[in-house]
Design a protein around this ligand. Sequence first.
Ligand SMILES: [Zn+2]
Length: 317
Amino acid sequence: MARLRIATFILLSVASGAHAREILKTERCLSGSVIQDRLLEKEYVAGDFHLFYSLQGNDRLRHTGDSNGNGTPDSIENMAIQLQAAQRFYSGALGLRSPLRQKVFANAGQINIYVLRKDRGKGAAFDKVSRERMADGTTLPCALKLIVDTSVNPLRNVTPAHELFHLYQYGYGVFKQRWYLEGMARWLEMPYRDSSKGMAAVAPSLNCPDYANASYDAAIFWHRYAQRYFAPVDVPAGLRQLTYTDGSPVFKQSALPGGAMLVPFFDSLFRASQQISQQQQVANTQWTEKMQRSPQFSQDICDVLSAITPQRGAAAR
Ligand SMILES: [Zn+2]
């Protein structure tokens, strides 16, 4: 019996070794239904981004001014400018892997932005890869997707850059705890803002688990924690020169304090996501929304942060 157990153990070990390689799977391209009742007759392409919008009906674009007379509304051009600038900042300056280059999203060839009239909120980002079909039967290529509300004016609103950052988060792991997802994405809005809006002036706790029930307001934690333990990352000169159609700069700050935290954090989160998927015996693509949002994994995210933090992490290594 003992021998059988050992044999079983060895077999399981071999099997789990194989499983480790398969636990990181690629999302299948699903048939999406986000725009099945809509008709977005206009498409504007800028690099990886395909912006779909309408000039009529319920989803009519709110800001339709076209100051340069090139046939594309400024608000759409500015959305594309903001998204491309953000992509260059996240992938270029900060060194993060584009969601389109992550194995999990290998079936997506582009990022589609649907400008729709939303009932709640200004934007949304999705962690599934889909082929969307419009009301007139037009079927779009397999893509990652963002939704931006028709009222968003990118000159005063960083929703597109914020939602794009969520795609980066989804590329690295399965986790969707709000204090991590929204708190970190809100922190990453800072370089595009004149002031540190929404950032509390009082010094907050730097104890990660204290924020498990927070949401956007955890931005102050990420900001202060990163700033304390990690070097700033400059916004490169080439990005600082980028302007919207009215000549105003996309980046309002010259650096992201603590930005050097992001690469080690996400590399470590990427591994943690796979280890936990293996423990749970659930491949990354099979996690339910409830699991992804479960508070039980908040401590794992805090552990990732602790392990990569100089000094604080030294004892653990
Ligand atoms: Zn968000």
